[in-house]
Design a protein around this ligand. Structure first.
Ligand code: BGC
Length: 795
């Protein structure tokens, strides 16, 4: 196992689901789980394929009520490829002696390989070698190459390749009572060596077409036949093979949908695409080059090499947020294109990917923001319906920006369906505004700010301002009835109203958004500012209210600490040890307590970093104290430290995001503890730390956060309008770290040593870039390499 290869030896049915998720190949447009090509969905395998943004809504009868769910659809499986020898059974791992089994994911080239040597019941020994890619060069193309080599026999082999549209969206056990039957067959056929299948999603009416070109090399004789059924089309090859002579079957697949630009019709595009795509090696060449370019822009080298877990994280982030996303109307699904957990919905998790995307793939970052911008009308409608102004973006978003959060969810531990109030996480709006602002800071993209970003920030500010109510008695603004990032508190104990009051993260960030609204108005050229104010009918009285909120927002304090939300300190202390003794892993405390007839709402126990820890993740201590100071609160360093320690002691880390946030927050406070959290964050999917959830899709937010932790955490990088600020602190035992970056049009390489840093700014026609390190400001010309000494205490 090198830092570039994820390798598995031996077939392990129990771990297959996890491997499938971790070996998913994707390119931003499409993703296919690393499932065995001969497999169909069963207790061991789940060969899912997903196309970014292809959702469908269905009704289901759940616990006696009709609910609607929108899913990222499992589209026709393009993988099916199997074989049988001399008319025997179709290949099945369970039906042969496995002599050798190796599966490797080559991260550098984005290629999945499986090598199997097996003996069948007739003592025939055969080698099977598969190579698979989902092209990073051509987003519509995927390919599978299968090589069979008889070792001690010669004879007849039948190979069956298919496109299977009879699949359902059924990969997550706890959603199985929901309807997953999204596809309706439309057309199928074949011509020459190409076969095709077209289906349509039931409600969203997206047509999905797949065409496969199937070729053979190395066989003495080839007979080709075709077979079909509704929603399924297959090619049957009958081959004469000889001992010691490998025979190779190539399946080159093109996938298009009716959502795609630049085509006349999806089926025609797929047929032409499969016909014109080159053979496997030519495709691999272009694909590997595309990956080389992506890694060239984004890899991080630490002491001359990398780290496997970090590379896996970056690999999956690049697969979901590749350059191809720049042309699509899609958000970043929390679980990638890797599985069906959370039904492929888009949450706030992109917040953890934006810092990386802004500096490495700014067009992708912009495209993810445009996904939100296009859904402004839905957000405005939702705000109005709920009695608010401005734009209220949904906690879970899918095709059209409506709220997709389920109304009830299943606790697999108790088997009970429970009300789901998580839609009250209004802080998702804060995340969108924050992402717009950070994107602008990193890129200086004034066009975007003028035409889209400014409007997003102002309309979100307007919503948050209307969410806040003025309390005459206290002379403070309050935000009541919400949920913070800590999902374990969705109501006060015994209350019949959902939500809690004055979540400190939401309240402080609301002030932060108001401040940015003024920044936007300051930055926009006068004409655009007037246009936007007119178009949004944003008058002086409303701006006065924004300003007033900046001085009068309520933030709950208790015992000299910032309280997670108002009344949190009145809740009971949890018996953590007792629960651990009874249940072992209590990360998902909500499920554990509910199964005991209890609820986390009664306790000072949080799912993940919220409150001040989350504020510290997004803002500098200085920014936090400034905001609080303007609100009339004193919170010095000691108050911040005590609050973080208090909350950390009461957090179960039931979300993978939690370890990432605490790594950041503790990095400079308690490096040893931070390192422990960092290792946890790196292991969360590779070691399936959330108790079996990774098989349902990777946790992309946490993966992105770990990449960012190294990039910004070690370097202290902050991007502002005027300069890039760096405050590097390499961890003990690490001597150099090198990374590429993009900042306001500039590209370059930063190399950090313990005593100095080098900035190599690539040649361009841009004006010099300003960099601030250790209180020293330097202006660097494009094409220039500068070395800056670091103060000794940095290391
Ligand atoms: C976390 C959320 C996150 C969601 C999707 C939940 O478990 O609590 O913060 O957005 O997963 O990843």
């Amino acid at each position: 196992m090198s830092e570039w290869v994820l390798a598995y030896h031996g077939f392990d049915p129990a771990a297959e689901g996890l491997r499938e998720a971790l070996c998913t190949l994707a390119n931003g447009y499409q993703g296919t789980r690393g499932a065995a090509p001969e497999s169909a969905a069963d207790d061991v395998h789940y060969p899912g394929t997903y196309i970014a943004g292809v959702y469908n809504r269905l009704s289901s009868d759940v616990a006696g009520r009709i609910v609607q769910n929108e899913d990222l659809v499992n589209v026709p499986n393009w993988l099916p490829t199997t074989f049988r020898i001399e008319g025997g059974d179709w290949f099945d791992l369970a039906g042969v002696d496995i002599l050798d089994y190796r599966q490797t994911l080559d991260l550098r080239r984005g290629m999945l390989t499986r090598l199997i040597r097996f003996r069948d019941g007739a003592e025939r020994v055969t080698r099977l070698a598969e190579r698979r890619l989902v092209s990073m060069a051509d987003p519509h193309v995927a390919a599978l190459q299968t090589t069979l080599e008889p070792e001690n026999w010669s004879g007849r082999v039948e190979v069956r390749c298919a496109l299977d549209g009879r699949v359902t969206t059924d990969g997550v056990a706890r959603y199985r009572s929901l309807n997953g039957d999204h596809l309706v067959p439309v057309a199928d056929g074949h011509n020459g060596d190409v076969m095709w299948l077209q289906v349509e999603t039931q409600q969203s009416r997206v047509r999905i077409a797949e065409a496969a070109r199937v070729g053979v090399e190395g066989a003495a004789r080839v007979d080709r036949g075709f077979d079909r059924a509704d929603g399924w089309v297959g090619t049957l090859l009958t081959l004469d093979v000889a001992a010691g002579t490998p025979v190779t079957v190539q399946k080159v697949v093109a996938i298009y949908t009716s959502r795609d630009p630049g085509i006349s019709e999806s089926l025609e595009a797929a047929r032409v695409g499969a016909d014109r795509a080159g053979d496997f090696d030519a495709l691999l060449n272009r694909h590997a080059l595309a990956w080389r370019r992506m890694w060239g822009r984004s890899s991080i080298t630490v002491d001359g090499s990398g780290d496997l877990a970090l590379n896996v994280h970056l690999f999956h982030l690049l697969q979901v947020c590749s350059d191809h996303v720049a042309d699509l109307d899609v958000g970043m699904p929390a679980r990638g294109l890797h599985g069906e957990a959370y039904r492929g919905h888009v949450f706030w998790d992109e917040l953890f990917a934006f810092p990386f995307l802004n500096t490495h793939f700014p067009l992708v970052a912009r495209s993810l923001l445009m996904y939100r911008y296009r859904r402004l009308p839905a957000a405005r409608w939702a705000a109005g319906e709920a009695g608010y102004a401005g734009a209220m973006f949904p906690w879970q978003s899918g095709s059209d920006g409506d709220e997709e959060t389920q109304r009830v969810h299943l606790n697999p531990k108790s088997g009970r369906w429970l009300p789901d109030n998580s839609r009250l996480q209004r802080h998702v709006n804060v995340a969108i505004a924050y992402n717009v602002w950070q994107y602008y800071q990193a890129t200086g993209d004034m066009q975007f700010l003028c035409h889209y970003g400014g409007e997003l920030i102002l309309d979100i500010a307007r919503f948050l301002s209307s969410l806040a109510s003025y309390n005459r008695v206290t002379d403070r603004y309050e935000i009541t009835g919400v949920m913070g990032p800590d999902e374990y508190h969705d109501a006060y104990p015994d209350s019949d109203h959902p939500g809690v009051d004055n979540n400190s993260y939401t309240n402080v960030m609301t002030v932060w958004v108001m401040r940015r609204a003024f920044d936007v108005l300051r930055l926009l050229p006068e004409q655009r500012r007037l246009e936007l104010r007119e178009c949004l009918a944003l008058g002086g009285a409303e701006l006065e209210r924004f300003a007033d909120i900046c001085h009068r927002m309520y933030v709950p304090f208790r015992d000299g600490m910032v309280e997670a939300f108002q009344g949190y300190g009145d809740l009971a202390e949890l018996d953590w040890d007792g629960l651990r003794a009874r249940h072992g892993d209590i990360r998902r405390l909500d499920r554990v307590l509910e199964s005991e007839g209890d609820s986390p709402n009664r306790y000072q126990a949080s799912k993940q970093a919220g409150g001040l820890a989350m504020l510290s993740y997004l803002l500098s201590d200085q920014e936090i104290t400034d905001i609080l100071h303007d609100l009339g609160y004193d919170c010095d360093d000691e108050c911040i430290e005590r609050t973080i320690a208090y909350n950390l002691a009461r957090t179960s880390h039931g979300s993978t995001l939690s370890a990432a946030v605490y790594t950041w927050v503790l990095a400079r406070r308690d490096p040893e503890r931070a390192w422990g959290f960092f290792r946890d964050a790196l292991a969360s999917d590779l070691a399936d730390m959330q108790g079996g959830t990774t098989r349902e899709g990777i946790h992309l937010g946490a993966m992105a956060a770990t990449v960012d932790l190294v990039r910004r955490g070690y370097t202290g990088m902050r991007l502002g309008e005027d300069a890039m600020r760096l405050d590097p602190r390499l961890p003990d035992g690490l001597d150099t770290m090198s990374m590429e970056f993009r900042y306001r049009g500039h590209t370059g390489t930063l190399t950090f040593h313990r005593d100095r840093l080098t900035l190599d700014l690539h040649q361009s026609e841009l004006t010099p870039m300003t960099i601030v390190v250790g209180g020293r400001t330097e202006s660097v010309r494009p094409g220039q390499t500068t070395e800056l000494p670091l103060p000794p205490d940095r290391c």
